[in-house]
Design a protein around this ligand. Structure first.
Ligand SMILES: *[C@@H]1O[C@H](CO)[C@@H](O)[C@H](O)[C@H]1NC(C)=O
Ligand SMILES: *[C@@H]1O[C@H](CO)[C@@H](O)[C@H](O)[C@H]1NC(C)=O
Length: 223
């Protein structure tokens, strides 16, 4: 509640009563990075489109692991309806690594050499985000930026491995345990996050809560 009233104070800059409060907590200083705002699903603020088409979901069904089916109506229309309804985690920031990897494999967004391909991502956007060109452009830009970040990260890891051989061993062990590489999911998370930050005004949910969350994400770098 105090967050909400804080933001209201900011918006009410021109209201005389709050002038002092306003100057005291103007713009960036109003973001308290020690206090994360109440969690709200990010797609409620910015509906970043889901890139998994029904066809892809079918091709990757073995990795989708939907939540256990409800006890009633098994096999009936309820199940059919369910398959049209993406599980909430697909829309969130923690997608299943194997599902994402499968989708990126099938669409060749991540090539056989493991390298991301922006042209293939763009083609995927053409089929999934065709109703919003602005959103598609922002997502493509996000992909390019995230690909760059990923290659920087890879370079850092390579450097670390050359310095600390035991780190390489740890990584290899981890890879043995993990069914899929986290790379695809990390890339997708990054793309969703960058898109959220640059969400087109035409679809942005201009609510106090959403603005607070975006300010927090923009201003408070994770360490
Ligand atoms: C994706 O492709 C890579 C390389 O071809 C392969 O190693 C991996 O198992 C594939 N992942 C999925 C989930 O299909
Ligand atoms: C906008 O965000 C608020 C939360 O701040 C939420 O209650 C509301 O449902 C959202 N509106 C839409 C259209 O998603």
């Amino acid at each position: 509640m105090s967050q909400a009233s804080n933001m209201k104070a900011n918006f009410g800059c021109f209201i005389v009563i709050f002038v002092c409060v306003c100057y005291a907590s103007a713009e960036d200083e109003s973001v308290d990075c020690t206090k994360p705002p109440r969690f709200i699903p990010l797609h409620m603020c910015c509906p970043v489109p889901d890139l998994s088409t029904e066809e892809l979901m079918e091709q990757c069904a073995e990795f989708a692991k939907p939540p256990p089916p409800p006890p009633i109506g098994r096999g009936g229309p309820a199940k059919f309806e369910h398959s049209h309804h993406h599980p909430p985690h697909m829309r969130g920031l923690h997608p299943h690594p194997c599902l994402i990897e499968c989708i990126f494999n099938k669409t060749e967004v991540i090539g056989e050499n493991g390298e991301p391909d922006v042209d293939k991502f763009s083609a995927l956007l053409d089929t999934t985000v065709k109703d919003n060109e602005e959103m598609a452009a922002i997502m493509e830009e996000a992909f390019e930026e995230c690909t760059e970040k990923a290659s920087e990260l890879k370079a850092k890891i390579a450097e670390k491995i050359s310095k600390y051989p035991e780190f390489a061993e740890k990584m290899a062990n981890h890879r043995m345990q993990a069914a899929c590489s986290p790379f695809g999911a990390m890339l997708m998370t990054c793309v969703n996050m960058e898109t959220f930050k640059n969400c087109p005004a035409s679809v942005w949910n201009d609510s106090t809560e959403c603005n607070t969350v975006r300010d927090f994400i923009n201003e408070c770098k994770r360490v």
